[in-house]
Design a protein around this ligand. Structure first.
Ligand code: MG
Length: 399
């Protein structure tokens, strides 16, 4: 299918940091997608927490299945808007590569560790870490660190970035993926935007987790169908499902409601984005980057989605049972950080070899606390638990 004039065209890509000859049978974005799927960090996603810890049940989402759902939703919408499906897929599959074990709890703990170790530290942020994984931490090529992905995929991965971190990236890569966070004066104008495919992957992420967290929340017993009736988006489609299928109950009722909710949001994004494109009619990707965000919900759906997010925050992410595992997870991360900082030899040699002063032509060095943070961030939930057990002699999670 032909691409819209405002889609990212792989033939017009802004290229890779290290120039490579084109692949004979694949576009640049297909190649990025393939590199991501073959990476080590991608395989780790299967044992990383989305909301529920991996050992709590086999059917909960993990970072991997979440990323696949984001890619599926993103591709469907991209196809209908004539955007580049492969690019949306590549961004979706890579967007969570930088997540620590134990979900946001792990990230918050690692951020606090870095900042208390060194108040001048940039701390830990998963978007930035996802970029770091594909730019620096994967070791697969003879001549350079990282996966050497195209600009457009990397731009999509760097969804948010503080001005301070952006200045660091900009210093290494002038005019690169962090430029939009450097150039923009937040007080006078909205952020400059990435391409439409990146905007879409971002919104697909939100649609995916809002829906699957309801499913996982009910599966875990922490949310009930009755309680969910207070959420407009949910109650609207659960009543509709019941009106069409008398007597529908339990999981089939839940799935039918979620299915309808997902469809409604997908069609809403298609319609609202088409309307925004008609209004602004960007001629090309540069015009998209200069414009306000174009991939969007209608205002009504945006409100409903925000209500659902608020509900999940209050009733699921802040549920006492979730918070209890959160505290245990944070303790694991804090203990590991302290132990490796005090005794780096507890890490595999390959990580110690990345300390500042030990650079090689292929590999850049980093401060010890950053190397330790990279090592911990790369761990799966179960590896982190086992390491904690090995080093502290304590079993924090029963698995
Ligand atoms: Mg995500």
């Amino acid at each position: 299918m032909s691409l819209a004039r405002y889609a990212c065209d792989p033939a017009a890509s802004r290229g890779r940091r290290f120039a490579e000859p084109p692949a004979p049978t694949r576009s640049e974005f297909q190649r990025d997608r393939d590199r991501i799927v073959h990476s080590t960090a991608f395989r780790r996603l299967v044992y990383k927490t989305q909301v529920f810890l991996n050992h709590e049940g086999d059917l909960f989402r993990t970072r991997l299945t979440h990323s696949l759902e984001v890619a599926q939703l993103g591709r469907s919408i991209a196809r209908s808007l004539q955007l580049n499906e492969d690019l949306v897929e590549a961004i979706a599959l890579a967007h969570d590569l930088g997540h620590t074990p134990f979900g946001h709890a792990g990230q918050d703990a690692l951020n606090a560790c870095l900042k208390s170790h060194n108040p001048a530290s940039a701390g830990f942020e998963h978007n930035l870490q996802s970029l770091r994984v594909v730019d620096a931490l994967e070791e697969r090529y003879p001549a350079y660190d990282g996966l050497n992905l195209s600009f457009e995929t990397r731009e999509g991965i760097l969804k948010h970035c503080s001005r301070r971190n952006a200045l660091h990236i900009e210093a290494r890569e002038p005019g690169g993926v962090a430029r939009r966070f450097v150039e923009q004066d937040k007080s006078t104008a909205p952020w400059l935007q990435p391409g439409l495919e990146a905007q879409l992957a971002n919104l697909a992420d939100e649609i995916a987790y809002n829906a699957h967290d309801i499913d996982d929340g009910v599966r875990s017993g922490l949310l009930t169908l009755e309680q969910l009736q207070e959420v407009a988006l949910f109650s609207q489609y659960s009543s509709e499902a019941l009106a069409q299928h008398a007597g529908l109950q339990g999981r089939r009722w839940l799935f039918e409601t979620i299915r309808r909710m997902l469809s409604a949001q997908v069609y809403d994004v298609m319609d609202a984005t088409r309307a925004a494109l008609d209004q602004r009619h960007p001629e090309n990707v540069s015009a998209v980057r200069q414009s306000a965000a174009l991939v969007c919900f209608t205002p009504e759906m945006a409100r409903k989605s925000a209500d659902l997010k608020r509900f999940l925050f209050q009733n699921l992410y802040r549920h006492p049972q979730v918070l209890e595992t959160t505290q245990a997870a944070q303790q694991v991360v804090r203990d590991l950080f302290e132990i490796y900082m005090a005794d780096p030899a507890q890490m595999p040699q390959a990580h110690i070899d990345r300390f500042d002063g030990l650079e090689t032509p292929q590999r850049a060095g980093a401060r010890p606390e950053r190397v330790v943070a990279d090592y911990i961030a790369g761990m799966t939930d179960r590896f982190a638990s086992r390491e904690h057990e090995r080093l502290k002699g304590q079993t924090v999670f029963l698995s």
